[in-house]
Design a protein around this ligand. Structure first.
Ligand code: NAD
Length: 301
């Protein structure tokens, strides 16, 4: 059997090229340049790399990006003050607070303070609620990236059994919601750390999404031959980056698989840009917008 390798890097590059074109036409018609403000607190090296990659992607697409960097000793009050000022800044369209935040800062309080209209990560409860109801303002970037990858790879979800492993607010829960949403129409099972025997469920999956955070967790005996495997995990194993799926074991027996690196990660960044562009467009009167190919903002992606 030939396995389809779902090339997230390539799919994301195409999306980013489309976004760059859409940003140019927004600037031409309104003078507005989409602007993402990133907030980085502390000195977690992985977080610094993630933020840097997001900034590079912004610059390549012609977006503006600014970085607000704070030491780990910053108080919650100082951080909230910054978020309030970014909320009030007319030229800032998207606000990204890089997680995790240092101990002593309540991430929920900080994220809840971000203006929902600038919450390009899609984490604010108002945006989570709208997404759950099938009328999203911003889709959370990683699950939206997965849906996009499936769609452009010609993988249909309707009527399929999708199994998601992991129930985080950022990945697992919204992933399950998007797969079950009208239009996507999968039958969804959500597994987590208290699921007694994950393999019983994962072996039934036509589409398996792993968002566990345990390196090489999904083994060949846990998948159905011919299934579609989406690996969200990003884990450091020695000097290698690996996913939550044991790629070497699993790839030969499945129909399609997304690799790590080069799978979901680049899609997440592209979707962050897409949300930022959308936030920038939303500040403009509709008649000034020369809406291009990205007008179909939420076609189930
Ligand atoms: P998390 O730690 O918040 O959640 C992990 C989930 O896995 C939990 O809901 C837990 O119930 C479940 N889990 C833990 N141990 C389990 C076990 N033994 N069996 C079954 N389920 C178990 O993590 P997260 O933020 O959802 O991230 C998951 C992974 O995805 C991490 O590797 C993270 O780095 C990666 N990630 C990647 C991207 C991307 O853009 N590719 C984005 C976000 C997260």
């Amino acid at each position: 059997m030939t396995t389809l390798i779902i090339n997230g890097k390539q799919i994301a590059e195409q999306l980013r090229a489309d976004l760059a074109g859409a940003a140019r036409s927004l600037k031409d018609s309104t003078g507005v340049v989409p602007h993402l403000a990133a907030v980085l607190v502390g000195d977690d090296p992985a977080s610094a790399v993630y933020v840097r990659n997001k900034q590079i992607a912004c610059h390549k697409a012609g977006f503006k990006s600014t970085l607000h960097r704070f030491p780990a000793t910053t108080s919650q009050a100082e951080l909230l003050e910054l978020v309030h000022s970014l909320n009030a800044a007319a030229d800032v369209h998207g606000i990204l607070v890089q997680l995790p935040l240092p101990k002593g800062i309540d991430a929920t309080t900080v994220l809840d303070t971000v203006d929902p209209a600038k919450d390009v990560d899609g984490f604010h409860p108002e945006n989570v609620g709208l997404m759950q109801q099938g009328r999203p303002r911003f889709l959370p970037c990683t699950p939206a990236g997965v849906m996009h990858m499936l769609r452009v790879s010609g993988i249909t979800t309707s009527g399929k059994h999708a199994v998601v492993i992991g129930r985080s607010d950022i990945v697992g829960k919204p992933m399950a919601a998007l797969l079950a949403q009208k239009g996507a129409d999968a039958t969804v099972t959500l597994c987590h750390s208290r699921t007694p025997d994950i393999a019983v469920f994962s072996r039934q999956a036509d589409i398996l999404v792993a968002a566990v955070g345990i390196p090489l967790y999904v083994k060949a005996h846990m998948v159905k031959p011919g299934a579609v495997i989406i690996d969200v995990g990003i884990n450091r194993l020695g000097d290698r980056l690996v996913g939550d799926v044991d790629y070497a074991q699993v790839a030969p027996v499945v129909g399609a698989i997304s690799p790590v690196p080069g799978g979901v990660g680049p899609m997440t960044i592209a979707k962050l840009l897409k949300n930022t562009l959308q936030a920038a467009r939303a500040t403009q009167p509709i008649e000034t917008l020369n809406i291009g190919p990205l007008a179909e903002t939420h076609r189930g992606d």
